[in-house]
Design a protein around this ligand. Structure first.
Ligand code: FAD
Length: 477
């Protein structure tokens, strides 16, 4: 009997550990090959005029794919990297390979689902079935105590239902120890355009060096949990903005599937047994639940995630002003907390959760801009870009999503004083403000002209005047 051949099309599941597709393919006794296809549409220019995938995110992705390729080949398997439209290239490859099945991880959002559907149809025309599996969340959607269409619209009831029912996290799939190879095949596949991968390096002032790939993700977990023992203090430090260890920094690896949330969960449980079980260990899992929540929200609401009116069909959510947008995007609003965070994002591809909440609120609530422009810039820039977490959080902050407090916004100056009381964060990213006394560093324009002269700070030249007056009508964040 001829041996079956499985082609695994990798997407946001760039790992060997806890991988349902690899596990099932191995169990079937088939020969297994892997492929990753850089989707050319993901490198196009957005309607807002910047690339959909910026240079630092592209670099992190490339490193992650390369890491998987190396590991795959070390286990004896064949792995291809290609570029173009996956729904065309993958079926062509499957035919040449005489693949009997194509495996891939399911996604839930518009662009990704469309690609899946077209790819499935193309394969069906060739008589090749697909096997789709789930692999992105901590909890499997089939185990939820409600259908995804009945998902609570607010996070707390969602979390409580999961916690009160003591829902189990499914066990891990073991990583493969060898991969049965397909017969050698000489193929020339399209390669990515060099323009997609510009030689850009992250600014060394960033919180840490992020290296894409499963091995680097697992090493980060080892550092944060075991070597540095940081997990025990996570709840107290997680609102920080400076340094590697105020939070886990798992998000870039989670976003590309280099780390499985179930793997992190099992590591937390082990930490609780071997080190300490406290509110911090609980809180990390709590945050992973937020991640699940936004994925299920995206599944429930479909395209509405990307509408200007958002999940809730709100009217009048922001306009468009290219000059104001550019000030925000480049970190020149005249509000140091916003500018420091936006420069960190542009120069490193990362920003803390505290920073993200503030800059997003500033764009929507203070500048009054269309929240989708901000979400698109995050999509371009963040190395941890995750379609559901990003667009879900933006909906939330814009007031078009799952925040039960309707008109919430962040009071930027209050936040600055609370989360950067000494001004260390803004001085780190805005060295032009370094000479300012702490009392003025978040409001440089509160200095008199004489004080500016004495400090040798030229406001308006070295640092811009506020681009807008802050107004806070109702509730405060
Ligand atoms: P930790 O504090 O260590 O949290 C552990 C993990 O929990 C994170 O890695 C992440 O997977 C998850 N998590 C924590 N907070 C959230 C949250 N609010 N929503 C969803 N998951 C969460 N996160 C992304 O992974 N990708 C995005 O594209 C993204 N865009 C965002 C956009 C906005 C406007 C906001 C306000 C938040 C966004 N987040 C996004 C959520 C959050 O800011 C990041 O997950 C977090 O800052 C990553 O740092 P960390 O891994 O150190 O987080």
């Amino acid at each position: 009997m001829t041996r079956q051949t499985v082609l695994i099309w990798f997407r946001n599941d760039l790992r060997l550990h806890d991988h349902e597709g690899i596990h099932h393919a191995l169990g079937s006794g088939a020969a297994i090959a892997g492929v990753y296809c850089y989707d050319s549409r993901q490198f196009a220019t957005t309607r807002w005029g910047f690339p959909k995938t910026g240079a630092l995110r592209a670099k992190f992705l490339q490193e992650a794919v390369e890491d998987l390729r190396q590991q795959w080949q070390a286990l004896g398997g064949q792995f291809w990297m290609t570029a173009g439209l996956p729904e065309i290239i993958i079926p062509q490859l499957a035919v040449q390979l005489h693949a009997t099945t194509v495996y891939f991880q399911r996604e839930v959002t518009q662009e990704e689902v469309q690609v899946e559907q077209h790819l499935t149809q193309a394969l069906q025309r060739q008589g090749i079935p697909v096997h789709r599996f789930w692999g992105t969340t901590l909890y499997h959607p089939d185990d939820l105590p409600f259908a995804v269409q009945d998902l609570p619209d607010v996070f707390t009831p969602f979390r409580k239902q999961i916690e009160h029912q003591n829902m189990a996290v499914r066990p891990l799939f073991p990583p493969p120890s060898a991969l049965p190879p397909v017969p050698p095949l000489a193929l020339t596949l399209p390669t990515p355009s060099p323009e997609w991968f510009l030689p850009e390096e992250a600014d060394p002032r960033g919180v840490m060096t992020f290296q894409g790939g499963e091995r680097a993700g697992l090493a980060r977990l080892d550092h944060y949990f075991w070597q540095g023992d940081h997990l025990k203090a996570y709840k107290a430090t997680r609102n920080g903005m400076l340094g590697a260890d105020y939070s886990s920094k798992f998000s870039p690896w989670l976003a590309l599937g280099c780390l499985s949330p179930r793997w992190i969960y099992q590591a937390v449980k082990r930490y609780e047994r071997e080190r300490i079980s406290n509110d911090s260990t609980y809180w990390l899992i709590f945050e992973l639940l937020w991640r699940d929540f936004f994925r299920f929200v995206a599944q429930k609401y479909g395209d509405r995630l990307f509408y200007r009116s958002g999940l809730r069909g709100m009217q009048g959510t922001g306009g468009w002003d290219p000059a104001q947008f550019e000030r925000w995007q480049t970190g020149h609003t005249g509000y140091p907390l916003i500018d420091a965070n936006m420069r960190e994002l542009a120069l490193t591809g990362f920003m803390s959760n505290r920073g993200r909440q503030n800059v997003a609120s500033f764009l929507c609530k203070n500048l009054g801009l269309d929240w989708r422009s901000g979400a698109a810039w995050f999509e371009s820039s963040l190395i941890d870009y995750d379609v559901c977490s990003n667009w879900g959080n933006w909906n939330y902050i814009a007031g078009t999503g799952n925040d039960p407090r309707n008109a919430r916004y962040f009071n930027i100056l209050k936040q600055a004083k609370q989360y950067d009381p000494q001004g260390a964060y803004v001085r780190h990213w805005l060295p032009e403000l370094a000479p300012l006394p702490t009392a003025n560093v978040h409001q440089p324009w509160s200095l008199t002209p004489q004080e500016q002269q004495r400090l040798n700070v030229r406001l308006g030249q070295d640092y811009p005047r506020p681009c807008i007056e802050l107004k806070y009508p109702t509730h405060r964040g």
